[in-house]
Design a protein around this ligand. Structure first.
Ligand SMILES: NC(=O)c1ccc[n+]([C@@H]2O[C@H](COP(=O)([O-])OP(=O)(O)OC[C@H]3O[C@@H](n4cnc5c(N)ncnc54)[C@H](OP(=O)(O)O)[C@@H]3O)[C@@H](O)[C@H]2O)c1
Length: 261
């Protein structure tokens, strides 16, 4: 699997990264069908397969239930992966709430470091509640992240943004942006173009429309979805969530084929 520079961070990430919502949370999610959380052996098998296929980039968040904890406990060769986590969203008792305060941000990273069993986290994204510009203008979360970076506890930061304006601000002021792009949604393309121009990292989320791109779910097919994402400007990596080893193999095969054609 090809690796690309994550903007100017000095970190190289596989073009396909692994999303881990489904190893930690199965409530209040938007996938086509319900599922049980996989057991430890299945999760270890998934990580080992990902690694053997050349994936080195893994996305998690405190809001993904037990995902961070399970990564800390089950990820083989924990220090060889580029781990991305988030701050700002807390999922408790089946509900999300948001806290972008300075103290919460610092406490959240301290918790993530413990759960992930790492001394440093590679990439941290502000988990937007949808009001990107309110967070940017009114909350101290980015000051806290800058200070954590200065202390050497995180290497790079940005936002998993939800708006064009927010995404562009993130590109101009941070190291990386996580943006949505898929066959049904193109509104954030200028974010990708700006990031390419400014050499900032771009991570795509929801490229398979949370599974709805699959033709079995009425979409135009996973292969078409990957080809579309990989044709977009500035993309460093695309995070795709799966707990199905056969899907993981298919996804790597499609990405490798698309990149070599
Ligand atoms: N920061 C944020 O705000 C945010 C929001 C959403 C997501 N994310 C991150 O991005 C990751 C991906 O987002 P997502 O999970 O919403 O959406 P996604 O990657 O677009 O889709 C994941 C879904 O696609 C299915 N899938 C994967 N490969 C497939 C294949 N080859 N054929 C058919 N179905 C396939 C998976 O089911 P199987 O398990 O059955 O393969 C899963 O249900 C998440 O895991 C998370 O890490 C971040």
């Amino acid at each position: 699997m090809l690796k690309r520079a994550l903007g100017s961070t000095g970190i190289d990430v596989s073009v396909l990264g692994l999303g881990t919502v489904k190893i930690g949370r199965n409530q209040q999610v938007k996938y086509p069908s319900g599922f049980e959380l996989p057991d430890d052996q299945s999760v270890i098998g998934l990580f080992e397969l990902a690694r053997s296929l050349g994936i080195n980039f893994i996305d998690t968040a405190p809001a993904y239930g037990s995902s961070e904890q399970r990564l800390g406990e089950l990820l083989p060769d924990r220090h060889d992966w580029v781990i991305e986590t988030k701050v700002g969203e807390i999922f408790e008792d089946g509900k999300s709430r948001f806290d972008f305060s300075y103290d919460h941000t610092v406490a959240s990273i301290e918790q993530s470091l413990k759960k992930l069993k790492r001394d440093v986290i590679d990439v941290v994204l502000v988990h937007s509640d949808g009001n990107d510009m309110d967070i940017i203008n009114d909350q101290p979360v980015f000051d806290a992240l800058e200070s954590l970076k200065g202390r050497g506890l995180i290497k790079a930061y940005g936002m998993s943004s939800k708006t064009l304006e927010g995404g562009c601000w993130v590109v101009e002021n941070c190291d990386v942006v996580m943006a949505t792009a898929n066959l049904d949604y193109d509104e954030e393309r200028p974010v990708l173009e700006l990031a390419e121009k400014l050499h900032k990292g771009v991570i795509i989320k929801k490229g398979l429309q949370s599974g709805h791109a699959d033709s079995a779910s009425g979409g135009s097919g996973v292969e078409t979805a990957f080809e579309h994402i990989l044709s977009l400007p500035g993309v460093s990596s695309m995070i795709v969530g799966t707990i199905n080893q056969s899907h993981l193999r298919d996804n790597v095969r499609i990405v490798n084929k698309t990149l070599s054609s």
